[in-house]
Design a binder for this molecule. Structure first.
Ligand SMILES: [Zn+2]
Length: 422
């Protein structure tokens, strides 16, 4: 991705650097050749040449670009899970994924970690974004998702003869789990997404279902992935499934819904990050009837929401790391609503706006393994910056409103927002 050349000064706003501290009032950010040269009080800013470009933050907030930590660009706002497999061919899904990536960038998300991909689209989407062929967040790519036969992602009964080739690699036993990871290695993915547990959303499993993968299969996935320097994450709701994944050596936990004290200890021992993705549950409860979800499924989502919020509070209180990612890409939880996750964590889970911003910036970059490159406004880092006409700490929901974005910047280049010109 090309870096800007020259100098840009962003001023007339407060700076939130992404480290979780208080905002610096009346601050400035100086960008030189696509990287942060200075972020702090305007009175301490270095002198710049008269030709420097200037962006007026309009008394609002200058902060790092957001990181969506559980992004599914290939999930095309489906109303039924099986639509992911049967509705469109790979060619069209690829175009939809590119459109979703562009939308995410316009929503202030300058980076994202994929939480699983249809076909091998995310790897190639990442390449297109990195070479400036299409706009989107800096992406960490996942591939097809690994699940045991008969597990959460294998919900179609055989008589329907619906293949799951686009979405999952179904495995039986550690040998097949190893083979699936080796395929993903050849595909070029960076994160291996797996399904250790069930979910309220699927017809044949529930939130407490732990046998979508065996501990032996998970151990085989981790050993093979780590051997090739890939990271492993998993859809983990049930308590025993969370523990199995952590004992197997997982690098992240998605959802972490039913944590108990022992699961929390295991998480903290290796400082494994967790991405709760709670707005998905909230939206499923609120809008489920509209989409004819069975009552038992809606009740399952309600239980998941309450337990997931409690687990997130436990993790935060214990000093663990949380990423903000919303599992967007379903009809009731569509692309474009990404920042609703952040508002939800402030209004309903009880996090402070500063904590949420840190989770959505620095921790997101850490989960991507790229915290030395972006995620905070610190000298030397890439100038991935979001300039918002509004006080994000007073009302975090301003991040949901793209019309309030003055600039969305990647590497010093303004890609979206009112002053965008690329
Ligand atoms: Zn997901």
């Amino acid at each position: 991705m090309k870096l800007a050349t020259g100098v840009t000064v962003i001023s007339n706003g407060q700076v939130l650097d992404g480290n979780g501290g208080p905002a610096v009032p009346d601050a400035a950010v100086v960008v030189r050749d696509g990287r942060i040269a200075y972020a702090g009080p305007v009175r301490g800013a270095p002198a710049v040449e008269p030709a420097a470009a200037r962006i007026d933050a309009r008394g609002g907030t200058i902060m790092p670009g957001l990181v969506e930590a559980h992004f599914h660009p290939t999930y095309f706002n489906v109303a039924a899970l099986e639509d992911l497999d049967i509705k469109y061919p790979v060619e069209y899904v690829t175009l939809l994924a590119a459109a979703n990536a562009k939308l995410a960038l316009e929503c202030g998300y300058t980076a994202a970690r994929s939480g699983g991909s249809l076909f091998n689209i995310d790897v190639w989407l990442k390449k297109a974004i990195e070479t400036d062929i299409c706009p989107g967040p800096r992406l960490t790519a996942s591939g097809r998702e690994i699940c045991g036969v008969g597990g959460l992602m294998d919900w179609n009964p055989d008589f329907r003869k619906i293949g799951m080739d686009g979405l999952v690699l179904l495995v039986n036993g550690p040998d097949e789990a190893r083979a699936a990871v080796r395929k993903l290695v050849k595909d070029g993915v960076e994160w291996v997404k797996t399904y250790p547990t069930g979910d309220a959303a699927a017809p044949d499993t529930n939130d407490h279902h732990t046998l979508c993968m065996t501990a032996e299969e998970m151990a085989a996935v981790v050993a093979t992935a780590h051997n090739h320097r890939l990271k492993v994450t998993g859809h983990c709701r049930a308590t025993a499934g969370i523990k199995n994944a952590l004992r197997a050596g997982y690098d992240a936990i998605e959802h972490g819904t039913f944590m108990d004290a022992e699961a929390l200890d295991l998480l903290l021992q290796r400082d494994v990050p967790c991405v709760p993705a709670l707005y998905f549950e909230y939206a499923s409860v609120a809008r489920g009837p509209e989409f004819r979800m069975p009552k038992t499924v809606i009740e399952g989502h309600k239980e998941t929401l309450e337990a997931g919020a409690e687990s997130a509070r436990m993790i935060l209180k214990a000093g663990g790391r949380l990423g903000m990612g919303g599992d967007y890409g379903f009809a009731w939880n569509p692309h474009g609503d990404y920042a609703r996750e952040l508002t939800f964590f402030v209004k309903y889970v009880g996090f402070s706006p500063r904590e949420v911003v840190r989770c959505a910036t620095r921790t997101g970059a850490e989960i991507m393994g790229r915290a030395d490159e972006f995620g905070t406004l610190e000298p030397g880092k890439l100038a991935d910056v979001l300039v918002v006409d509004g006080d994000v700490l007073a009302d975090i929901s301003v991040l949901e409103d793209r019309s309030r974005f003055v600039a969305v910047m990647q590497g010093g280049v303004v890609k979206a927002g009112q002053v965008a010109c690329w």
